[in-house]
Design a protein around this ligand. Structure first.
Ligand code: MN
Length: 430
């Protein structure tokens, strides 16, 4: 029987980076250490749980250069593990590629960094008995097209073999190790794939071979909504389990509010509505963290549309300051980072108009064909050029390309359709 192993799997610490939000310097200080503190909690847990080892699947540091502060902090945390006889195994990712001349500050002996030129294989021993093997290969530079996982081979299956890999898990993406889920499943040397790179937690395969992304321990902007954490893993015949443990201090949240059914379309009404909705949300939130950072998106067709746009969005700013002050002294903190106005003009029911108006009906079916009919799409692309690219790769964005996800595209498309129909109706009325 394979020996049981208990370990922590984390990735994408991005030490040296900060939370991105709209706030003054005074408040910013409260967020400054969040990225560091979340990693410190992981190390606390590693010691409390007395794990066999800690795995980091790339991007310990936010940038290639590594700051002295971040390196010093990391070293200190590694030393805490060392004092408790816990080893750490890591690979370098696209944000912190392998340094041939070693890290900025020398790390203690318990830290094993996988090589960038070939696959490293480490044997984990307990009381001189082999209990697991760890394999991994680091990034050589900011992008990595080598299919290193094909060389993750082990002498036998007498113990659990664990593979570290920093990847987008997309066979067509040559920047971050092109590989598919099936490619990983087909490598029968590995029992657990400890992945990194994608910043939200994902369980890609929940049995052997496990394929797991722990996500970023502390999200840094509204694109990294939380809570963040790591996985505590126990591999053991008949008793394997995994648990997601939250460690983020601050959680980013996106809230959408539809204003189309407000009984009265006034600013006062909106103010109370917003306050009530947020109070209700707040009452349901986990209170075991330092705070929440919110982005509020106002949606729906409403007569408030014009009011909200008057005087350089003065109404929105006023609303923002008011809700901020309402939630000022909460613990956990509740920071409304911004309010985004995506409302639209109130118009007669589009569905109704569409069935009554042959011109609009035709326009609508034309739009439908643009979306669904490949031939029409091709024609449009020839005329207009490639105006959107559905492949979202935040790490490697071309500013000339307008990159949106499928859901964002659907929403934009629906919005554009509404705006055009609205315009047609208005001009006709004139
Ligand atoms: Mn990362």
């Amino acid at each position: 029987m394979k020996p049981a192993v208990k370990f922590i799997h984390t990735a994408d610490l991005h030490l040296g980076s900060r939370l991105q939000l709209n706030t003054d310097n005074e408040r910013e200080d409260t967020y400054k250490e969040a990225v560091y503190n979340s990693f410190k909690k992981i190390i606390d847990d590693a010691i409390d749980e007395n794990v066999h080892f800690v795995l980091i699947a790339g991007d310990v540091f936010d940038n290639e250069a590594r700051s002295v502060k971040a390196t010093r902090f990391f070293k200190n945390q590694c030393e805490r593990l060392n004092n408790n006889n816990i080893d750490m195994f890591l690979i370098n990712g696209n944000h912190d590629p392998y340094r041939m001349d070693g890290e900025l500050l020398e790390l203690p002996d318990n830290v094993k960094i996988c090589d960038s030129e070939e696959v490293s294989l480490f044997e984990v021993k307990k009381e001189d008995k082999l209990i697991a093997r760890i394999l991994g290969q680091s990034y050589r530079g900011k992008a990595e097209s080598r299919k290193m996982y094909t060389y993750y081979t082990t002498p036998d299956q007498s113990v659990y073999n664990i593979g570290l890999l920093h990847t987008q898990l997309d066979p067509n993406n040559t920047n971050y190790v092109p590989v598919s889920k099936n490619d990983l499943m087909d490598n029968d040397h590995i029992d657990y794939w400890a992945l990194g790179h994608i910043h939200d937690k994902r369980i890609i395969n929940d049995h052997i071979p496990y394929i797991i992304y722990p996500g970023i321990p502390q999200g840094r902007d509204i694109g990294e909504t939380g809570p963040g954490g790591y996985f505590l893993i126990n591999l053991e015949p008949e008793n394997t389990y995994y648990q997601f443990k939250e460690v983020s201090e601050y959680t980013f949240k996106r809230i959408e509010l539809n204003l189309s059914n407000l009984p009265e379309a006034t600013l006062t009404e909106l103010h109370y509505y917003l306050q009530d909705e947020l109070e209700e949300l707040y009452s349901k939130l986990d209170k075991d963290v330092k705070g929440y950072i919110l982005r509020i998106i106002l949606k729906g067709r409403t007569e408030l549309y014009e009011v909200l746009r008057e005087n350089d969005e003065e109404a929105i700013n006023d609303l923002l300051l008011n809700v901020r002050s309402h939630f000022k002294n909460k613990s956990p903190s509740f920071w409304i980072d911004n309010i985004i106005d995506h409302t639209s003009k109130k118009i007669p029911n589009i569905e109704e108009i569409m069935t009554e108006d042959p011109f609009i009906e035709e326009f609508n079916s034309f739009l439908h064909s643009l979306k669904e009919d490949n031939k029409e799409r091709k024609k449009l692309k020839e005329k207009m050029g490639e105006i959107w690219n559905p492949a979202v790769d935040k790490e490697n964005q071309d500013p000339k390309e307008f990159q949106v996800t499928k859901a964002e595209f659907e929403e934009l498309f629906a919005q554009a359709k509404d705006e055009i129909i609205q315009e047609i109706i208005e001009r006709r009325d004139l």
